[in-house]
Write a protein that binds this ligand. Structure first.
Ligand code: ARG
Length: 401
C-alpha cells in the first residue's frame, strides 16, 4: 500500500534536509520537498536535486516572485507596513505564501501532511500553521525542528549517519532569512544587544561611512500606490525591487538594528537589511503626503499600525486583513506620480515629487503676488475653532485652578 504523503517547505539547508529523512522515518510517510522562490538568490535547480538526493520522493521548485510582489509587497507598500516602526516584515509576508503553495501542492498530490522547519520559539511556526488552519484544516502538521530535540551536534551526527551533506568549512555564525523585500540576520554575537553588531553580519549593504561621497538619485513612478518604473523605465515588480536593493545597498541604505517583540513573548535582537523597502516606503509615504487629503493622511497610520501587527502575527488569511486591505486600496486610487529619491550615506530621502493628482495648490500656498488665499476668512475660522478652548479656559479662571 502506498504511504501517506507529506509536503515539506524545503530550503536546501541542513535543517530541512535532515527533516526529509527524519519525517520519513518517524511518521512512515513519503516526503515531497517544496522550495518556493520568493527572491532569494539561490540555485534552485541545485536545491531541487538536493531534495531528491537526501530522500524526497519528489522535489519541486515554484517560482513565486511575481506573486510575492503582486499580492504581498504591493499591499505592504500601500499600508506602509513597518512592524514596530522598523521592520518591514518581509519574513512575515513570505510565510503565508509558502504555506499557501504547500497547501496547493498537498491538494494536487493528495498529501495528508504538511511540514515546516521552524523551531518552537519563533514567529514563523505560527505564520505557517495559521495559514494551514485557514486554508486546509484537514491537513496534519509536522514540525520536526520543534519535535526532534536534537542539539546542533546531534543533528550533524544524524546527517552524517544518513549521508546528508553537511556544509563544510567554517559555518556562518548567523541564521539568516532572505527574500525580495529584505534579509534578516540573527544568532551568534548578535544575541548580545549591548554590543554593536559586527560588520560581517551585513551582506547587502555597505557601511554608510564607506558609502560613496556622491549621492545617487532615482526617480520612482507609482501608479495607484504600486511602483512601476525607475528613472522612466517600466520594470516588472520583482526586478524593480531587486534593482533598488542593489542601488540602496551600495549607498548603505536600509540597515535596521532593533529590539523586537515576538508574538511568542520573547524580545529578540534583530538585524535587517532592507534597501528597497526603505527607499520605496519613504517614496510612497512622500507621494501620499502630496496626493492624500489631510484627514485620510492622518487617519491611515492608525490602520497601518494594526495591519503591521496582523501580518507580523501570522494573520494574513483573516477577514480583518482583507478588510483593512480594502480600505488601503481605496486610499491608493490617486497615489500616482513620481518621487525623486536621494540616496546618500545610509539615508534615503524624498527630495522632489510630482503628480497629476497633487493636492498642492501654488496659488493657495504662495506668499508671492499670485496669492489667492483669502486671509480675512481666517478671522472667523479661528474664532469658532478656538471657541472650546476659550470657554474651558474661562471656566477654569472663574473656578480657580
Ligand atoms: N524576527 C523576524 C520575524 O519574526 C525574522 C525571522 C527570520 N526567520 C528565520 N527563520 N530566520 O519575522
Amino acid at each position: 500500500m502506498a504511504k501517506e504523503l507529506c509536503v515539506l517547505a524545503y530550503s536546501g539547508g541542513l535543517d530541512t534536509s535532515v527533516a526529509i529523512k527524519w519525517i520519513a522515518d518517524r511518521y512512515n510517510v513519503d516526503v515531497i520537498a517544496l522550495a518556493v522562490d520568493v527572491g532569494e538568490e539561490k540555485n534552485y535547480e541545485a536545491i531541487r536535486r538536493k531534495g531528491e538526493q537526501v530522500g524526497a520522493v519528489e522535489s519541486i521548485v515554484v517560482d513565486a516572485k511575481q506573486e510575492f510582489f503582486d499580492d504581498f509587497i504591493t499591499r505592504a507598500i500601500a499600508a506602509n507596513l513597518m512592524y514596530e516602526h522598523k521592520y518591514p516584515a518581509f519574513t512575515a509576508l513570505a510565510r503565508p505564501l509558502l504555506a499557501k503553495e504547500q497547501v496547493r501542492i498537498a491538494r494536487e498530490k493528495g498529501a495528508t501532511y504538511v511540514a515546516h522547519g521552524c523551531t518552537g520559539k519563533g514567529n514563523d511556526q505560527v505564520r505557517f500553521e495559521v495559514t494551514y488552519q485557514a486554508l486546509a484544516p484537514e491537513l496534519k502538521v509536522i514540525a520536526p525542528a520543534r519535535e526532534w530535540n536534537m542539539s546542533r551536534e546531534e543533528e550533524i551526527e544524524y546527517a552524517e549517519r544518513h549521508g546528508i551533506p553537511v556544509p563544510v568549512g567554517k559555518e556562518s555564525p548567523y541564521s539568516t532569512d532572505t527574500n525580495l523585500w529584505g534579509r534578516s540576520i540573527e544568532c551568534g554575537v548578535i544575541e548580545d544587544p549591548s554590543q554593536e553588531a559586527p560588520e560581517d553580519a551585513w551582506q547587502w549593504t555597505v557601511s554608510p561611512a564607506q558609502a560613496p561621497d556622491e549621492p545617487a538619485y532615482v526617480q520612482i513612478e507609482f501608479e495607484q500606490g504600486v511602483p512601476v518604473a525607475l528613472d522612466g523605465e517600466r520594470l516588472p515588480g520583482p526586478e524593480l525591487v531587486a534593482r533598488l536593493n542593489a542601488l540602496g545597498g551600495a549607498h548603505g541604505v536600509g540597515r535596521v538594528n532593533m529590539m523586537e517583540n515576538r508574538l511568542v513573548g520573547i524580545k529578540s535582537r534583530e538585524l535587517y537589511e532592507t534597501p528597497a523597502a526603505a527607499i520605496l516606503l519613504a517614496a510612497h509615504r512622500d507621494l501620499e503626503s502630496l496626493t492624500l487629503d489631510r484627514e485620510t493622511y492622518h487617519f491611515k497610520p492608525y490602520l497601518e499600525l494594526r495591519y503591521a501587527e496582523l501580518v507580523y502575527y501570522g494573520l494574513w488569511y483573516t477577514p480583518l486583513r482583507e478588510a483593512i486591505d480594502a480600505f488601503m486600496a481605496e486610499t491608493q486610487k490617486r497615489v500616482s506620480g513620481t518621487v525623486t529619491m536621494k540616496l546618500y550615506k545610509g539615508r534615503a530621502e524624498a527630495v522632489a515629487r510630482e503628480s497629476n493628482w497633487s493636492l498642492y495648490d501654488y496659488s493657495l500656498a504662495t506668499y508671492a503676488a499670485e496669492d489667492q488665499f483669502d486671509q480675512s476668512a481666517s478671522v472667523g475660522f479661528i474664532h469658532i475653532w478656538g471657541l472650546p478652548a476659550k470657554v474651558a479656559a474661562a471656566v477654569r479662571r472663574k473656578q480657580g485652578g
